[in-house]
Design a protein around this ligand. Structure first.
Ligand SMILES: [Zn+2]
Length: 213
């Protein structure tokens, strides 16, 4: 009898954990981070924003696709600290594989180089897919992005904007865009309109600003 009660008590204690099984899980998979990365981040922030910083206060979440087939290739692409020109390599805080696995590549508030004009205040989520511009991100990636954005919004109440990389110009109405280097920009289509529309629909009512187009 006592044993049975004990089992019930253990079961109740485990229940929250069981419920969490359906919630967001993040796997830490750090890319290279030494004093050199911090130095390169400082140089990037100084050159492009005129700011002295390594860590950000997140105000926006920017959603991307990798234009590649595997999370491993994206991880390798982001791994090094420097590009061949000696500047900070591209990276994002999160990488979501085709099956919806969420990898955390850097500290959540690290300044990572993933979108011109907004790196000083934006957390990036890279989704594996979009090869040749195909809008092929998966339902599991959508679920993972919804959970990840909810998690980030709850953890960082300063976050207000969610936009796709291709919406970088529309998002200037947020007032967050900053860039000191004249003419520094690139055309983007990631992560596709259908994915952003689906994200917006799923995150209705969460007091996040999206962009319609
Ligand atoms: Zn992108």
């Amino acid at each position: 009898m006592f044993r049975k009660i004990l089992l019930v008590l253990i079961g109740l204690l485990l229940l929250p954990g069981t419920m969490l099984a359906g919630e967001l899980q993040i796997i830490d998979k750090p890319i290279q981070w030494s004093a050199q990365r911090e130095q390169l981040i400082r140089e990037y922030a100084q050159t492009h924003y005129g700011m002295d910083m390594v860590y950000i206060v997140p105000q926006a979440i920017v959603v991307h696709w990798t234009a590649g087939n595997t999370w491993e290739s994206a991880y390798q692409h982001f791994y090094q600290e420097a590009r061949s020109d000696g500047t900070l390599n591209v990276a994002s805080q999160f990488l979501v594989s085709r099956d919806g696995t969420v990898f955390r590549l850097t500290p959540e508030t690290a300044l990572d180089r993933h979108i011109i004009g907004y790196n000083w205040c934006a957390i990036g989520i890279e989704n594996v897919g979009g090869v040749n511009g195909a809008e092929d991100l998966t339902a599991k990636q959508l679920e993972a992005n919804v959970k990840l954005i909810c998690y980030l919004q709850e953890k960082y109440p300063t976050i207000r904007y969610v936009f796709g990389h291709y919406q970088q110009d529309a998002a200037r109405s947020s007032g967050l865009y900053r860039e000191k280097v004249a003419g520094y920009r690139s055309e983007k289509i990631d992560p596709g309109r259908s994915f952003m529309a689906a994200l917006q629909a799923r995150l209705q009512g969460r007091e996040l600003v999206f962009y319609p187009e």
